[in-house]
Design a protein around this ligand. Structure first.
Ligand code: HEM
Length: 471
């Protein structure tokens, strides 16, 4: 297949008419091909060129697939874009929080919230992370199987609720129901293609209303608890900061603003990390040699004690494993933008309203940047690969001003949780469970869940029953 390089001189003189076209049919364009199998479609389209024309009925959409061009969109000219239609849809349920807001309002809120994620501040969260994990492991029974993704969701939601909002998480099954309902609704292409449907009294829309009401109740509990705390205790965490925050003119955030920010931080702050960990355990179960290297590192560095913040710089193998999982299964597998003004990218003219998609899932599997790209090989990160890669080639947390605010929090959490869990338990594929398959919704989830068998580290009696299948 011939790639069309947007940086070539020929391309610089071309117009959008010359861009390679993604697979599609007349009128509908790529719509049905994309929604039938989003990951395979994007992977195939990304091989056609650095910018690929994907039409979705009348919507002009483009896949941007070259690091320098991606940098231009996310880092150099972010003012030319807003988030895409998925963010707009999300806004209807989650409201205006960091993830969904734009312009000066977003800038002000980001400035306000950023201090909660400063390095010194997140250092204090390490203890909370390990304590919650230890509590979960105390509940686990060796020689059983469990829904690992569910366990990780509960664990990371407890951690974010405790670290940022100073209390226990709400009923996990309530939160899980809301997330499932949102993913189902926002994975449904018909609402994206025909936005008018959002305004009709359809069952899908009624469900959105229900999700919003139920999430309101969850967040309402956080806020009520925050307000009830003695004054000197408030302000110690992000919730206290949000409740006490004053704008330049001295005005407070309204209850609705506080609610929206908390809701988004709570959801964005646990769902992605839970997925990153779940994918990590799935990959480790299929790569016993990598697991062995990790177990050896933990034995040397920790010598049987639970990990602390100070251990982090020494847990290199654990960190490389997380980096490699985020490469192969980036929870935020797709980043979208919508042009708000005319601009030129790689010599091609774009119009306001054009959709631009950047697909970390495809980009991270591109042999131009990663040798043997489909192999799970954490050691590739050992000798400074992250620094050698072109900017824009590895984007698990995005880039530019809208980069994930929780990226250091998430990396610290993933490494600490991985180390704490692997030190005590070995996780295996459940041979009798459903096949593990990615489900590309808003995030990269599991189509049939992730059931895994657990055995206490050192005990290997159940290993024969639980197979390590091929990757
Ligand atoms: C492995 C875990 C995580 C991954 C893979 C991840 C990924 C991302 C990505 C790719 C973006 C940028 C989206 C875009 O440019 O369109 C983002 C934004 C964001 N993330 Fe994360 N994230 C993770 C963990 C967290 C955590 C722990 C928190 C908070 C505690 C968090 C809060 C946010 C927020 C609030 C934004 C919006 C930032 C803004 O637009 O200013 N994320 N995340």
């Amino acid at each position: 297949m011939t790639r069309t390089r947007a940086n070539d001189t020929v391309a610089t003189m071309a117009t959008s008419a010359k861009l390679p076209r993604g697979p599609g049919i007349p009128i509908a364009g790529s719509t049905f091909h994309y929604f039938r199998e989003p990951l395979a479609f994007m992977d195939a389209a990304s091989k056609l060129g650095d910018i690929v024309d994907l039409r979705f009925f009348h919507h002009r959409a483009f896949l941007v697939n070259e690091p320098a061009l991606i940098e231009q969109v996310l880092v150099k000219a972010p003012g030319s874009f807003h988030k895409d239609m998925f963010a707009n849809e999300l806004k209807r349920v989650l409201g205006e929080g960091l993830l969904t807001s734009e312009g000066d309002f977003w800038k002000r809120q980001r400035r306000l919230i950023q201090p909660a994620f400063h390095r010194d501040r997140i250092a204090g969260y390490a203890k909370i992370m390990v304590e919650h994990t230890t509590r979960m492991l105390d509940r686990w029974r060796p020689e059983t199987t469990l829904d690992l993704h569910h366990e990780m969701m509960k664990l990371t939601s407890d951690i974010v609720a405790h670290a940022l909002f100073g209390g226990d998480a709400a009923d996990p099954s309530e939160v899980a129901w809301c997330i499932e309902a949102m993913m189902e609704r926002f994975g449904d292409p018909i609402y994206l293609m025909l936005p008018i449907l959002n305004k009709l009294p359809l069952p899908g829309n009624r469900k959105v209303g229900e999700v919003r009401a139920r999430l309101d109740a969850v967040v309402g509990e956080f806020i009520a608890r925050g307000r009830a705390r003695p004054k000197d205790a408030a302000g110690g965490d992000l919730l206290g900061m949000l409740l006490a925050a004053r704008d330049e003119d001295g005005s407070r955030m309204t209850d609705l603003q506080v609610r929206d920010e908390i809701l988004i931080l709570f959801l964005a702050g646990h769902e992605t990390t839970a997925l990153a960990l779940s994918w990590t355990f799935h990959l480790l179960a299929n790569h016993p040699e990598v697991e062995r290297a990790l177990v050896d590192e933990l034995a040397t560095v920790l010598q049987g004690r639970t990990p602390t913040l100070e251990d982090l710089p020494k847990l290199r193998v654990a960190e490389q494993i997380v980096q490699e999982t985020l490469r192969l299964y980036p929870p935020a597998w797709s980043l979208g933008r919508q042009a708000i003004e005319p601009f030129t990218l790689g010599g091609y003219p774009f119009q306001p309203g054009d959709w631009l998609w950047i697909i970390p899932f495809a980009l991270h599997r591109d042999a131009r940047w990663f040798s043997d790209p489909l192999a799970f090989r954490p050691t590739r990160w050992a000798d400074g690969l992250a620094k050698r890669l072109p900017k824009g080639a590895y984007l698990p947390f995005g880039a530019g001003p809208r980069i994930c605010i929780g990226n250091q929090f998430a990396m610290m959490e993933a490494v600490l949780l991985l180390a704490t869990i692997v030190q005590r338990f070995s996780l295996r594929n459940d041979a009798s469970g459903p096949r593990v398959e990615p489900d590309p919704s808003i995030t990269l989830r599991f189509k049939h869940g992730l059931r895994m068998g657990v055995s206490a580290r050192g005990a290997n009696s159940s290993r024969e029953a639980l197979t390590a299948s091929a990757p």
